[in-house]
Write a protein that binds this ligand. Structure first.
Ligand SMILES: *[C@@H]1O[C@H](CO)[C@@H](O)[C@H](O)[C@H]1NC(C)=O
Ligand SMILES: *[C@@H]1O[C@H](CO)[C@@H](O)[C@H](O)[C@H]1NC(C)=O
Ligand SMILES: *[C@@H]1O[C@H](CO)[C@@H](O)[C@H](O)[C@H]1NC(C)=O
Ligand SMILES: *[C@@H]1O[C@H](CO)[C@@H](O)[C@H](O)[C@H]1NC(C)=O
Ligand SMILES: *[C@@H]1O[C@H](CO)[C@@H](O)[C@H](O)[C@H]1NC(C)=O
Length: 952
């Protein structure tokens, strides 16, 4: 007996030593984490390696980088094991009410986490202080759980934070601000969104919370227990677009200079105990929605801004002690839809004018002192005058003297020129295209819509169109979207029931649901301007094929085993353990074999040396690539150069690729080729085109890259691609490309000099994120202490560093020079050398720094946008010209260039951390009327769900 046990132990040890080499253990930790979860995707049981295609898991180089499992009906808890997945960037477990327990402090170990999304789960308990350690965090949505306790002050340390949503929890205590060495939320100067509504926050709003460096656009504190006065410092945050302080216990006067917040679209101060005079809102010219109702203001006459705020759709000021006569001009504000001035002391004759707003729907003047109405017999709006002297005249039976029966507008998306199908199976619904299918459903909550006419189908059509476009851009299989039953809830949120229908099939597959859930939980979908900030609460999708119901069980034995061991049945336990080990190690062994397969194809003849050391790149056989390019057909040829041709192809998994095929005679030596792919496979950055694999077979040398859909920056600047690049897009492209180069110079190991930086080598993906391509000529600096390499001069005329040309000494500063030319090309859209004129000289000659825009109007690309909107252009020119200084030592480094472009973007009111433009199709180019004007968070890249960049 004893010796059998010993043998087993030895066996286990041996197996372990054999297989668990230096490999990371993400697989182990992920399995431990999900051990007690139910309803995990069934394909987790098919494969022991989470990076081998588990639904909802994305890996890079065999490390788990994203977990997105929205709306799966998961149950379980989030244990400390999550803290071990140290490469994790995205965690989205939204809409799984069965995930309960507290948020583990171990979450703070995830230094690379950018998106933490736990919307509408069942989490409770305090928020751990370690949230403040998530130094990369950009997006934090913890709303609609049961979190208690205070807001951790450490959140103030999250300098990259862009989105902070803690709403709809049970948080208490006051809003933390910094003091001495204690951090606080006032430090979040890059954050655009404070969504804290629907908690039990108390204390006064600290004056210190606000400062002029902040860039908040949405400040939502509604429905808490905040006391004291609205701090004057609030008016320093000039970027504010939506302000909700309603439903608190605020007292005191409204700050007199609140009308400094000239970008406000929506303001809710209702249901407080504010005193003093009704605030002066003159100058809030873009204000759409105003609610000051139910406060204890001093009696005041109708303010003059009632007739000057020409953007108002909604004016709500019931119970605000207004006296006097309403001006008829109020009702001719062009977009006015809804006026509620009930419970005041408005008097005299009501005159709504004959040419009032044609959108005017309801005017509620119940309980005032109005004694006459000029348009008695000729009005078509919904008017309420109950409780006014006019209705106390004997015999007045006019309609406005009775309360309207509750007519909630019941909108539902109509069928799209077809007859709805009667669907037989339960759960199926006839889509707008009249096909029976199982929709993904949930509720959209709009926290501050700018309109109040809930029956206007144009609004919902625009919402649906925006949503379908957004889903399609993320390559989600959506046929159509239907919305219904818009209502206002108690918090004045607009709630809309959403149904998303699958394309092709009658049901979504699991990846489709995960993608839809993420698109909505991560705010990838942005509604049209008028809808304002939102959140979504998705329902479980019960119609997946092959859903086991019981869910993932394979590793739940471990718990049993531990119990058994403790119970004393050691041998049995060890036997089972050995079994599990053998099983797990078999998985590892299989994986190891797979990983070594590329080496089998490595042609070791001809002096190419040992098999290459690759990270994540796959070896393709000639046959494979031949097949996916349709025998390298002409129609798939997308470019030809000295080295050979580039072909487009698609892999069996659907991923689009670009294949660079060296022509016979221009192939490198095997060793050189090997060095190149080793180098390329090591390089991973979102602003660099990734190497997917290579082919070194049948005498061919090919490099396989991810395919970048929107072509080169040059194509867009020249107008060939049809993508218009406005100033903001150009800034983003400049920043992206600069970051890619900075990575090559500072973070690649060994550092890489690109040697051929030009607009033809900067590609744009579907979200117009710039990706630097073609390191085909790149030179690695080898050991980091060397600062230059002497090489034969390569590069492209016009972009080439003159110093390098003369000395043949290549340094990073040569790339900086070329990049400077790229920057000039970005603003002028001219070729570096055009009709014998050199762009650098042309710009310098035209330039006059004492004039506006440096007097460059003549050389600027006319399609860059209005010259009045080119914020930061002068500084952009400055940095470009510093890059093209004669000698390298006077040029900035790429990291200095990155910093400078970032600060130019901030100057232009943009968030440099939100890299990409919304999309190439409907970037809000005019922008200024959009509640998301400065709001461009898309850390999610659309290809996450369509392709897996880690071919195994
Ligand atoms: C705003 O930022 C500037 C520059 O970083 C700094 O000097 C200033 O103290 C900041 N102001 C406030 C109110 O934090
Ligand atoms: C903001 O308000 C203060 C006080 O009313 C005023 O002095 C100042 O000029 C205003 N600033 C702007 C930019 O309107
Ligand atoms: C007015 O506000 C108070 C709290 O300040 C609230 O209790 C009351 O329900 C509100 N009245 C209406 C009609 O909303
Ligand atoms: C309306 O009320 C104001 C203030 O109480 C008063 O001065 C005015 O005469 C009233 N107007 C009418 C027409 O009753
Ligand atoms: C519906 O809304 C649109 C956009 O705001 C507006 O142009 C249109 O006039 C509205 N329709 C009605 C009937 O109010």
């Amino acid at each position: 007996m004893g010796s059998t046990t010993l043998q087993l132990l030895l066996l286990i040890l041996l197996i372990h030593l054999l297989f668990s080499t230096a490999q990371n253990d993400d697989a182990t930790y992920l399995r431990a984490l999900t051990n007690d979860w139910r309803n995990t995707p069934p394909n987790w049981d098919d494969n022991s390696d989470p990076c081998g295609g588990w639904d909802g898991i994305t890996c890079t180089n065999s490390r788990v980088t994203s977990i997105t499992l929205a709306s799966m009906g998961l149950t379980g808890s989030l244990t400390g094991d999550i803290g071990q997945l140290t490469e994790l960037q995205i965690l989205d477990l939204s809409y799984n009410k069965g995930l309960t327990g507290s948020l583990t402090p171990a979450i703070g170990s995830l230094k690379k986490l950018t998106n933490l999304i736990l919307v509408n789960c069942g989490f409770s308990g305090p928020l751990p202080d370690t949230l403040g350690n998530l130094e990369s965090l950009i997006f934090m949505s913890l709303n609609s759980n049961g979190f208690t306790g205070r807001i951790p002050p450490s959140i103030g340390n999250l300098q990259n934070l862009y989105w902070l949503d803690l709403a709809d929890n049970k948080l208490t205590g006051s809003i933390p601000v910094s003091s001495g060495s204690t951090p606080g939320l006032d430090m979040l100067i890059h954050t655009k969104h404070f969504h804290f509504g629907g908690n039990m926050l108390s204390g006064s709003i600290p004056p210190r919370l606000f400062n002029s460096n902040m860039t908040l656009i949405h400040l939502l504190f509604e429905n808490n227990q905040l006391t004291g006065a609205i701090p004057e410092s609030l008016t320093l945050v000039r970027t504010l677009e939506v302000l909700r302080l309603d439903r608190n216990l605020l007292t005191g006067d409204v700050p007199s200079n609140i009308n400094n917040l000239t970008r406000l679209f929506e303001m809710f101060l209702s249901n407080n105990q504010l005193t003093g005079i009704v605030p002066d809102l003159t100058g809030l010219n873009v204000l759409n929605y105003l609610d000051l109702s139910n406060n204890t203001f001093d009696p005041s006459v109708v303010p003059s801004w009632f007739t000057t705020l020409q953007s108002l759709t909604t004016l709500k000021m019931y119970s605000t002690s207004l006296v006097g006569q309403l001006p008829a001009a109020l009702f001719s504000i062009p977009q006015l839809q809804n006026v509620d001035l009930s419970n005041n002391r408005l008097n005299g004759t009501l005159d709504i004018g004959l040419s009032h707003s044609n959108q005017l729907q309801q005017v509620n003047l119940q309980n005032n002192e109005i004694d006459d109405f000029r348009q008695r017999s000729q009005y078509s709006i919904d008017l309420i005058l109950v409780g006014n002297p006019i209705c106390m005249e004997t015999g007045n039976t006019d309609k406005y003297c009775s309360l309207p029966t509750n007519t909630s507008s019941s909108y539902i998306t109509p069928p799209n020129n077809c007859v709805p199908t009667q669907c037989s199976s339960s759960g199926q619904v006839s889509s707008p295209n009249c096909k029976c299918a199982y929709p993904y459903t949930g509720n959209l909550f709009f926290r501050a819509p700018s309109f109040s006419d809930l029956g206007n189908s144009t609004m919902y059509d625009s919402l649906r169109t925006a949503m379908i476009n957004s889903f399609r851009r993320s390559q989600l299989p959506v046929d159509s979207v239907s919305v219904k039953n818009p209502t206002k809830n108690l918090e004045d949120y607009l709630v809309i029931n959403l149904l998303v229908f699958p394309s092709g099939d009658e049901r979504f597959n699991r990846t489709g649901i995960l993608g839809l859930g993420f698109s909505l939980s991560n705010q990838t979908f942005k509604p049209p301007a008028a809808f304002g900030p939102y959140f979504f609460i998705g329902e479980n999708y019960d119609f997946l094929l092959g859903a086991s119901g019981g869910g993932h069980k394979s590793s739940s034995n471990t718990g049993v085993i531990v119990g058994a061991t403790v119970g004393g049945c050691v041998l049995v336990a060890l036997l089972v353990l050995a079994g599990i080990y053998a099983f797990r190690q078999k998985g590892r062994a299989e994986k190891a074999t797979q990983e070594s397969r590329p080496f089998a194809l490595w042609d070791t003849t001809g002096g190419s040396g040992a098999v290459p050391q690759l990270k994540g790149a796959k070896a393709f056989s000639f046959e494979e690539l031949n097949k996916c390019t349709n025998n390298f057909s002409e129609s798939n040829n997308i470019g030809t150069g000295g080295y050979g041709s580039v072909y487009r192809g698609s892999l069996p998994n659907g991923q689009l690729i670009a294949i660079k095929r060296a022509k016979q005679g221009s192939t490198q030596g095997g060793l050189e080729f090997k060095t190149e792919i080793e180098l390329l496979s090591r390089v991973h950055h979102k602003n660099l085109v990734s190497l997917v694999g290579f082919c070194f077979d049948q005498g061919e040398q090919m490099l396989v890259y991810e395919y970048i859909v929107n072509g080169t920056v040059k194509d867009s600047l020249s107008g060939r691609s049809g993508i218009r690049l406005d100033w903001i897009r150009r800034l983003r492209i400049a920043l992206g490309a600069a970051k890619g180069l900075q990575y090559l110079h500072d973070l690649a190991d060994p550092p890489i000099i690109h040697r051929d930086v030009k607009t033809n080598n900067i590609l744009l993906d579907e979200r117009l994120v710039a990706k630097v391509a073609d390191f085909g000529l790149s030179k690695s600096l080898g050991d980091a202490n060397r600062t230059h390499v002497t090489t034969q001069v390569k590069g492209t005329m016009g972009y080439m560093d003159p110093e390098y040309y003369m000395t043949q000494q290549l340094t990073e500063k040569s790339d900086v020079y070329s990049f400077g030319v790229v920057l000039l090309e970005l603003i002028t859209a001219r070729n570096p050398i055009e009709k014998g004129k050199y762009i650098v000289r042309e710009v310098k000659q035209a330039m006059d720094t004492s004039k506006e825009l440096y007097n460059l109007h003549e050389v600027l690309d006319p399609t860059i946008g209005l010259t009045t909107q080119l914020k930061g252009l002068e500084r952009f020119v400055d940095v470009a010209l510093r890059c093209v200084e004669e000698t390298g030592d006077r040029r900035p480094t790429m990291s200095e260039v990155v910093k400078e472009i970032e600060s130019i973007m901030e100057l232009a009111g943009l968030n440099p951390n939100a890299e990409s433009a919304a999309n190439s199709a409907d970037y809000p180019s005019k922008g200024s009327e959009h509640p998301y004007t400065n709001d461009n968070l898309f850390s999610y890249s659309g290809d996450q769900f369509s392709t897996k960049l880690d071919p195994k």
